[in-house]
Design a protein around this ligand. Structure first.
Ligand SMILES: *Cc1c(COP(=O)(O)O)cnc(C)c1O
Length: 420
């Protein structure tokens, strides 16, 4: 459920008309609903009510806007970060370091040291050497790093290849058969405390079966590690739950997910960690755009909007579907292609889609753009960096400025040998 709905003929986000936001902030612009973020955070937590001790770390790469992080921090969420930049953001939004998990296959030595110095809650290690380096840095400073070992369970998540992370050939985690030996060697090092294991098999998962298969394997691994004498008190089950992008699409609910987790993990006696991203943020945001032209095409007309692949990359990256609806629908329909102004055919959001009839100057939204939207934006084609707006009830605020092409240009330099 979200809070984007028609009121008096025009789409609103909660109590604010999208026409008002377009008039006052301009387009393209991301618009987020506080109430939707809060609801998703609560529903996900509620789904896990029978799963024992639970720690929720929002995967901030899905939507790292500082205002969004604060909304989720107020719901008791920690953060899953994947870079030093994300760590700094999470801290600046008021998330305690002890509630932050650091994931990622390429943490640099500087990032490990930065995270240690702020008292990070948990490092999810991706390879043995990373654990050795972390332990050495911590030991040299008289500290102890809290860590889990990320395991690759070799499970096919059944999602898009570019967001599958749990197959043996993917770059993530250590092979599950090697995990006991690596865990044992790392646990013996000074400077590190190995608390348990972690997995994350992919994103936009549309069934629970691969998750259940992976969790079952992890359960056996935990039993093996305990049999080898390791006290295991945390298991990080990652993120990955899918969200509906298409009208009528049905995804496993947080309640169904939670019931599966409770069943599979019964008796593990650990703190279960979760790293939800998309399921919290996806349907909490839309990309508001304006139709520039309706251009006749060979088969269907092209609706050319002022948002492009640099603002919302998912269709170009993953052939992703984003529902497109008019802000003030007339009831008439049209079959059209939807594309942005960028000079690539990849800058196409949909082909031959049945949509609300729109004409030049109309406003429309791409739905389900709250996750992996603004965070992936670029300035390709010297376009401005897209701004973000957060709505709460009948208030709204610009929570990330539009960064004008001129501002980006001003950060470039001509070397002196070209100006002499
Ligand atoms: C991306 C990522 C997540 C979040 O995935 P969602 O599909 O958005 O829930 C969680 N954990 C890790 C390690 C990730 O890389």
């Amino acid at each position: 459920m979200d809070h984007f709905a028609l009121k008096d003929g025009a789409l609103h986000c909660e109590g604010v008309s999208l026409e008002t936001i377009a008039a006052e902030v301009g387009t393209p612009v991301y618009v987020y609903s506080t109430a939707t973020f809060e609801r998703h955070a609560q529903v996900f937590r509620e789904g896990l009510k029978d799963a024992g001790r639970v720690h929720l770390a929002y995967a901030i790469k899905a939507n790292p806007n500082r205002a969004v992080l604060r909304v989720l921090a107020n719901q008791g969420y920690g953060a899953d970060v994947v870079s030093g930049g994300e760590l700094a953001r999470a801290l600046s939004a008021g998330i305690p370091a002890s509630d932050i998990v650091f994931s990622g296959v390429g943490k640099t030595r500087d990032e490990l040291a930065q995270a240690l110095s702020v008292g990070l809650g948990q490092f999810n290690l991706e390879l043995e050497e990373e654990g050795q380096v972390l332990a050495a840095i911590a030991h040299a400073q008289g500290m102890t790093a809290q860590a889990t070992l990320r395991v690759n369970p070799d499970v096919d998540a059944g999602t898009h290849a570019k967001i599958s992370t749990g197959k043996a050939e993917n770059k993530f985690g250590v092979p599950i058969d090697q995990a006991p030996a690596i865990f044992g060697r790392l646990a013996a090092l000074p400077g590190i405390r190995m608390r348990g294991v972690a997995i994350h098999i992919g994103s936009q998962l549309s069934t629970l079966d691969p998750l259940e298969a992976a969790f079952t394997r992890i359960g056996r691994l935990v039993a093996n590690l305990r049999a080898a004498g390791h006290p295991i008190d945390r298991v990080d089950l990652g993120g990955g739950l899918g969200v509906p992008y298409r009208p009528g699409e049905v995804m496993p609910s947080p309640a169904e997910f939670g019931a599966m987790v409770a069943r599979v993990t019964r008796g593990w006696d650990v703190e279960l960690m979760f790293e939800p991203g998309r399921v919290i943020a996806g349907n909490a945001g839309v990309l508001l755009t304006k139709v520039i032209w309706v251009k006749p095409g060979v088969t269907n007309p092209y609706v050319i909007v002022d948002a492009a692949m640099n603002d919302l990359a998912r269709p170009a990256l993953y052939d992703a579907y984003h529902d497109f609806v008019a802000v003030r629908p007339t009831g008439e329909r049209m079959i059209a292609n939807i594309a942005g102004p960028v000079c690539e055919s990849g800058d196409t959001f949909a082909m031959g889609r049945d949509i609300d009839r729109v004409v030049s100057g109309d406003l429309a939204i791409f739905r389900t753009a709250g996750a992996y939207g603004a965070t992936m934006a670029s300035t390709y084609n010297s376009r401005a960096l897209v701004p973000e707006v957060l709505v709460s009830g009948d208030k709204y605020a610009v929570v990330a400025d539009r960064i004008a092409a001129e501002t980006i240009l001003a950060a470039e330099r001509l070397p002196d040998w070209l100006t002499a």
